[in-house]
Design a protein around this ligand. Structure first.
Ligand SMILES: [Zn+2]
Ligand SMILES: [Zn+2]
Length: 774
């Protein structure tokens, strides 16, 4: 290396080390400024509620009262992006936030003209200004340059463009191309024509005077200027631009959509993201809205002014339709009250859960017999809806016909506490809150629950007994959070029983040709204030409530009359012509023969057997207790026990011997029952069975008796068929004797009554009641 070359090399080192120092210093300075002045926060966006396919259902103003939608590039037509980028900053994809050439050009122009000419701002610099509005001074321009570089470092080009398109001003409280597209053109920003895209590119130049909702001449002028410019610069094809030039412009301002208002509001209140993609299916939602408002119109003259519908897709427990009221905007019917979350009396809709609970704990099978006879539950005397009693009926008959006494008896035998604990586990909030105050009337609707809680519970029957959290957001679809509350066997049985069509609460089937199979249960609250119908099949669970938000009742407000037609319409419309697919029989369910009269396992004395279902390792194995052999004399007038059985002249006859209360009811109601003959009078043996049972009055009952009135108390006791006479004592004084099952009357004379009933074998029962005079 020659000396000269060495000197040159040294010069270069000095020269470049100077540059390096400058670069290094600037870098340090930038890092310091970046730490001191961190990038401004992005603005808050409007909350958007979308359907599962991305259609905008509803949106909400930001806290600063702006329509400002977070806009993603794939939501916008490419023409709109192209028009805006070409117009504002054609080097956008190439520069680092600042375009030195245009800055130099702008400075030069400013010097020449002596005033400030804009145009040097890149899209990134504009974003900086939008995030942090400032007066236009040279200092602030410098800040903008710094911010632009900062933004370029923090965000990708596409992210910067998205922020820009979300913040562009369009006059008034409209910000961003998406809001503008909905408000000015009533469509999403990927459905714009080229002419509309160019208009949206133009308005931000002067958003306060280029108002598309007022006069359009100025806008058309600006639009056409840019159409020509784009033609000169070959940005779009001339054919497209020719069409754009011809497109008329109407002054318009549309509202942001407000579809499914109750649903949207609920989602907005429950989730925080600015853009929420929900599971709602707009076509099912609109069908449900239409059918609900049609039904409300049809029953309006009957004093029923509102209703609510919830549709769950059983595939993934997602909410696909949600109508909180028939018309959100009808103040007269309190349309803004949400009937899906309102706490109402559920009527009989909890009964299937109790039966399933009893199937699962093994005490009940579908053919087992239950007694539907007048019963006093410590002063609580429920009646059936039709005020009739049906006697000895099967479990499935009691459930599908919604009989009240069997349900209350079943709740008592299952344990009120056990069952309320169970309902708490199933997410019944109000029941959880009222727990200590609830009585046996709970099963007839003497508690509070919501349509959402009930419909969700029924969806568990459609999901093999698994109770899932209802899914509102597409993002939650994959989460498995279910708990098994019923076995798949009892769920299947409930579906089988409740899909029977031989019942009173059914719609007129001639209206439907391709109605899918589904199971359903109706409910009517006390005082006819709420009508319910909830149904499910493998595809959907649908809950319907009809009633008045002011709580008024109507004689027509029953599940069968007011809610069933809508439930049938909904299944018919939403699941029309579905495959006749039904639930598979679970492997733990098996068929077994039972005695037709008791529904229990047949003994050799049972003549008729029928098929029943039972659940492996759960269902009881009790044998028939009705069919009993009795020793009688040859003409069946005297009954013998083993103690008094003669050596000959007797035979063994099988009688149907029911529990005493049922025997009394059956004979009072002219059922043809053959009781065994009275026991041998000469027999001295004591019976081993229990003695008489006092049916009225009940222990600890309080009578309210009007003073000096002739009000009387009914005395009634039942015994098994071997007893002939009851002897009654009041306060240990003999009163009278009766045949078992015969009512007598007592006029109370003291405030405390001790009532004793003895049978002819000396066995007895005592009850104590109090009488209060008023
Ligand atoms: Zn039997
Ligand atoms: Zn005897």
């Amino acid at each position: 290396m020659t000396i000269e070359k060495k000197i040159m090399h040294f010069d270069l080192i000095i020269k470049y080390s100077g540059t390096a120092k400058i670069v290094f210093t600037m870098l340090l300075l930038f890092i310091l400024m970046d730490l001191l002045f961190p990038i401004p926060e992005l603005k808050q966006y409007s909350k958007e509620i979308l359907t599962r396919d991305g259609t905008l259902l509803s949106a909400y103003l930001t806290e600063d009262d702006k329509w400002r939608f977070k806009t993603e590039l794939e939501e916008i037509s490419p023409e709109l992006i192209k028009a805006i980028v070409e117009k504002e900053d054609s080097w956008f994809y190439w520069h680092f936030g600042v375009n030195p050439i245009s800055i130099v050009r702008a400075l030069y122009k400013n010097l020449i003209s002596g005033k400030r000419v804009s145009g040097a701002s890149t899209i990134t610099m504009q974003v900086a200004r939008m995030l942090e509005p400032k007066d236009r001074t040279y200092i602030n321009k410098f800040v903008e340059v710094f911010r632009a570089i900062q933004i370029e470092i923090s965000y990708s080009k596409n992210e910067i463009l998205e922020i820009y398109l979300s913040l562009l001003p369009f006059g008034g409280n409209i910000e961003g191309v998406k809001s503008a597209s909905y408000i000015y053109f009533n469509r999403p920003p990927d459905k714009l024509s080229l002419a509309q895209s160019i208009i949206l590119a133009v308005i931000p130049n002067d958003p306060n005077s280029l108002r598309l909702d007022r006069i359009n001449d100025e806008i058309i002028k600006e639009r056409n200027y840019w159409i020509k410019k784009f033609r000169d610069e070959n940005v779009f094809s001339s054919n497209e631009l020719d069409d754009a030039l011809e497109e008329p412009v109407e002054p318009n301002r549309f509202d942001i959509p407000t579809l499914a208002p109750h649903f949207s509001y609920r989602v907005k209140e429950n989730f925080n993201e600015s853009k929420i993609k929900t599971t709602l299916d707009l076509s099912i939602q609109q069908t449900a809205e239409y059918l609900l408002s049609r039904q409300v119109k049809a029953v309006f003259y009957k004093g029923i002014t509102n209703g609510a519908v919830l549709v769950i897709d059983n595939k993934n427990s997602s909410v696909v339709a949600y109508c909180g009221s028939a018309d959100f905007y009808d103040d007269g019917s309190f349309g803004q009250v949400n009937g899906i979350t309102a706490i109402r009396s559920p009527g009989s809709t909890l009964k299937p859960a109790l039966y399933a609970y009893a199937f699962d704990n093994g005490t009940l099978t579908p053919q087992m017999k239950l007694a539907d006879i007048p019963t006093d539950f410590n002063g609580y005397q429920p009646e059936n809806y039709d005020l009739k009693f049906y006697g000895n009926i099967s479990t499935e008959f009691a459930l599908v016909n919604s009989l009240n006494i069997p349900a209350v008896s079943l709740l008592r035998s299952s344990g009120l506490n056990n069952f309320t604990n169970f309902l708490e586990e199933c997410g019944f909030n109000e029941i959880h809150k009222q727990k200590d105050k609830l009585g046996l009337s709970l099963i007839l609707g003497g508690c509070g629950s919501t349509l959402e809680e009930l419909t969700r519970l029924y969806s568990a029957f459609a999901s093999k007994g698994r109770l899932d959290r209802l899914v509102y957001r597409v993002n939650d679809l994959e989460k498995e959070e279910g708990v098994e509350v019923f076995s798949s066997a009892s769920s299947f049985l409930i579906g089988e029983i409740l899909s029977r069509i031989n019942r009173s609460d059914i719609a007129d089937l001639t209206n439907y040709s391709k109605l899918p199979k589904f199971a359903w249960k109706t409910g009517t609250s006390y005082g006819k204030r709420d009508a319910w119908a909830i149904g499910f099949n493998p595809n959907y669970t649908i809950g319907v409530w009809m009633g008045n938000f002011n709580g008024r009742g109507s004689p027509h407000l029953s599940g069968a009359e007011a809610a069933i037609p809508l439930l049938f319409d909904l299944f018919n419309a939403i699941d029309y012509d579905a495959d006749e697919k039904w639930f598979d029989i679970p492997s733990e369910l098996y068929r077994r023969k039972v005695c037709s009269e008791s529904g229990l396992l047949p003994t050799r004395y049972c003549n008729n057997v029928i098929d029943d279902f039972a659940i492996k390792d759960r269902s009881h194995n009790k044998s028939c207790n009705i069919h009993n052999p009795v020793y009688v004399n040859l003409d069946e007038t005297i009954q013998y026990c083993t103690e008094c059985l003669p050596r000959d002249d007797y035979k063994k006859v099988v009688y149907s011997i029911y529990q005493p209360e049922l025997t009394v009811w059956l004979s009072e109601n002219n059922y043809n029952i053959t009781l065994p003959p009275p026991h041998n009078h000469n027999c001295t043996a004591m019976f081993s069975e229990e003695g008489p049972r006092i049916l009225s009055p009940t222990e600890d009952y309080e009578y309210f008796v009007e003073e000096n009135s002739k009000q009387e108390i009914v005395l009634l006791a039942a015994s098994n068929g071997k007893v002939n006479t009851h002897y009654w004592f009041v306060n240990d004084q003999y009163y009278t004797k009766t045949k078992p099952g015969t009512k007598i009357f007592l006029k109370p004379e003291t405030e405390e009554l001790k009532i004793t009933c003895l049978d002819d074998k000396g066995r007895g029962e005592i009850v104590r009641v109090r009488v209060k005079y008023y």
